[in-house]
Design a protein around this ligand. Sequence first.
Ligand SMILES: [Zn+2]
Ligand SMILES: [Zn+2]
Ligand SMILES: [Zn+2]
Length: 196
Amino acid sequence: MSQLKFDRDEARQLRAAGLSYAAIGARLGVSQAAIARVLNPTTRQKEREANRSYYRKRPCHYCGGECSWNPHSKRGHPVPRCRKCASDQKRTTVRSDTLKCLRCGEWKPDDDFPHSSYNVRRRGRHSFCRPCGTLARQEYRVKVKVPCALCGQPALPFTEKGANGSRSVVPICLSCERTRRREARALRRGSQTVLR
Ligand SMILES: [Zn+2]
Ligand SMILES: [Zn+2]
Ligand SMILES: [Zn+2]
């Protein structure tokens, strides 16, 4: 119904010239009903009401509620659904009681996602579920690693280390860091014995 398969003005002109709906339809290559729908407001109204009651008659397949008139549901969706369920299903990551994890793709309850105040559209929840968040952080740490300045093994850059991490600006891997601290301790101990 949304796509015009014939010229409405032409149909009107033919109607004004006295042709029947059937004759206009035959000339324009569409059905008589299609012509009536365009030229006769009563037919249009009746059809709309029939559609409306047809959809309202059937309960929503998902919640059992009353279906609203939704002409697209006939084409786009196999079962009747109410407006709320339709819009709920259209949403790709947020439903009324669950959220979709953007990493594993699973729908989970809100509590399975860490809080994230800026994520207003996800009811203040993170895009990744808790287990996925852990995995993502682990992967991130591997990805940002750079060669250790001493041995060339993968090491976290100093920008990724917290307050207790290495103070060194050059990247140093964990094992080199440990060796360095051990040597520093030994050196201190050595100087203490010398002083004594
Ligand atoms: Zn519903
Ligand atoms: Zn997940
Ligand atoms: Zn190293």
